[in-house]
Write a protein that binds this ligand. Structure first.
Ligand SMILES: CC(=O)SCCNC(=O)CCNC(=O)[C@H](O)C(C)(C)COP(=O)(O)OP(=O)(O)OC[C@H]1O[C@@H](n2cnc3c(N)ncnc32)[C@H](O)[C@@H]1OP(=O)(O)O
Length: 134
């Protein structure tokens, strides 16, 4: 799993007890998963359909640097399924895991639409292929 996006935990991200607010984390994950799905399916119109159990493994605190990792585990006809882990960038301690996040590829009317993708696209491979064509 590649960990791309990093966040620096700031005062506005905390809950009243001083730990990282779970709602903030989920908002970041939903956006991260949306971006991942948009890139993989090559369509900006994707929606969150389903999230499995969310395991808040350990808490984040003020000043922590965390990183989010998402990877595709299955490509359906109109859907893409991903798993997610958030961890402390310095200690590598796991903060959260989600086994299954499903996004659906939609058309202009909001209806599920086949995306035609079957495997993970790696940006490096795409650049290499484009360079070969030139
Ligand atoms: C990034 C964001 O903030 S998006 C905002 C939050 N999300 C939303 O507002 C989405 C609201 N939901 C919807 O609009 C609709 O439910 C839709 C368009 C996503 C799907 O409509 P549905 O009628 O359920 O579609 P349908 O039954 O054809 O299923 C579509 C795909 O989702 C999958 N799916 C449906 N329900 C589930 C579920 N509970 N769990 C896992 N996958 C599911 C199906 O298997 C199908 O995948 P496939 O084509 O790869 O086999």
């Amino acid at each position: 799993m590649n960990f791309h996006t990093r966040k620096w935990i700031k005062p506005e991200d905390l809950n009243p007890n001083g730990g990282l607010f779970g709602g903030s984390l989920l908002k970041w994950i939903d956006e991260e998963a949306a971006i991942y799905a948009i890139v993989q399916l090559e369509n900006p119109k994707v929606v969150t359909k389903y999230m499995s159990e969310i395991n808040f493994v350990s808490s984040g605190k003020l000043g922590d640097i965390i990183e989010m990792g998402i990877t595709a585990t299955a490509f359906g006809t109109t859907s893409i399924t991903m798993c997610c882990e958030v961890r402390n960038k310095i200690t590598r301690k796991s903060i959260l895991t989600i086994d299954k996040i499903v996004f659906v590829n939609i058309n202009d009317y909001g209806d599920p639409t086949p995306h035609g993708k079957t495997k993970i696209k790696y940006i490096e491979e795409q650049f290499a292929q484009e360079a070969e064509k030139e």
